[in-house]
Ligand binder design. Sequence first.
Ligand SMILES: C[S@@+](CC[C@H](N)C(=O)[O-])C[C@H]1O[C@@H](n2cnc3c(N)ncnc32)[C@H](O)[C@@H]1O
Length: 228
Amino acid sequence: MRWQGGKGRILKPLLEVLQPLCEGATAYYEPFLGGCNVLPFIHHHDKIGNDIEPAAIAFYKYVQQGGAPLAYSPTKARYDLAKFSIQNNTELFMPLWEAFYIDRVSSYVGKYLGGWVEEKHQVKRRTELFDINLSNTTLYCGSYDSIEYKAGSLIYCDPPYVNTLGYASKFDHEGFYLWAHKQAEQSMVIISESWMPEELFTEIATIAYLHNGGSFRAVRSEKLFIPK
Ligand SMILES: C[S@@+](CC[C@H](N)C(=O)[O-])C[C@H]1O[C@@H](n2cnc3c(N)ncnc32)[C@H](O)[C@@H]1O
């Protein structure tokens, strides 16, 4: 699904790096699950997904529990209520999972809380949004550093990029660097980032992709890092 910094566009090369590292790992962790574009495609018997966005995790739990798909086109009034629900983390008007559904199908160019667009422009996702395989997966909602990580795991981190705006809270990159180093003492930690301090992290791969900006196209790249 479309998500700021979503990895759907580089899924294949990313899996070529991550899947072999999963063999023999005690568990696979994705503490920054976002649009859930990677974890469902990883083969492992013990997967753990987490994100700080309550509505996103509520939606994934709904799907995981076999909740019935929705396929309606939200009105502007319904979209505004959904946006209010997500921003205030409230289920006063609707369940959070439904608020997430409404945002995902009717937000401008798929941007999270990007503003309602008329039905004819709405993202054509509807039932497809519910087609996410979350078997063998435990879901958590909270900060990446609030969950327990089993030793010997593979931890794939896709945090907000340095200088990326738009997330609910300001991300503490320095705190994340320390945490990644601590985890690397007992597990394999792989990080997607545009830049990381080279005295602390080693770049292990660069994945080029074609960015479609509507009126222009450009070759961009995603990098993978490990703690030194
Ligand atoms: C670049 S996105 C992840 C995209 C995801 N890999 C995908 O392909 O869709 C970064 C995610 O980190 C989440 N996030 C931000 N701060 C966080 C924190 N402290 N703990 C956990 N998740 C956080 C955001 O909500 C966002 O979904």
